[in-house]
Write a new protein. Structure first.
Length: 80
C-alpha cells in the first residue's frame, strides 16, 4: 500500500475557507505571549454547513474568519 502524502497543516492565523487573517485571539496570544481579550468568535454563530465547507485536512487546525462567518449568516438569511 503506498504511503499517504503528508499535507502541510494550515496556518492557524489564516481562515481555512478564504485564507484571510482570522484574528483568532488564542493564536495572537500564542504568537505574542500577550494576554488577549475573549475572541470575537465567542459571540458568533457557526452553522454546521459552514463547518462542512472546511477542507478535511484543515478541520480543527485553524479558525474561520469573521468575514466568512458573516457571509454564511447573510446567505442563510437570504435563502431561509
Amino acid at each position: 500500500m503506498p504511503a499517504t502524502p503528508h499535507l502541510p497543516l494550515p496556518d492557524p492565523g489564516c481562515c481555512p475557507l478564504c485564507g484571510g487573517d482570522n484574528r483568532c485571539a488564542m493564536e495572537i496570544e500564542r504568537e505574542t505571549g500577550e494576554k488577549q481579550p475573549p475572541c470575537w468568535c465567542v459571540d458568533a454563530t457557526f452553522s454546521p454547513e459552514l463547518f462542512q465547507r472546511i477542507p478535511a485536512q484543515a478541520r480543527g487546525q485553524a479558525c474561520i474568519c469573521a468575514a466568512c462567518v458573516a457571509e454564511a449568516l447573510h446567505t442563510a438569511r437570504e435563502t431561509g
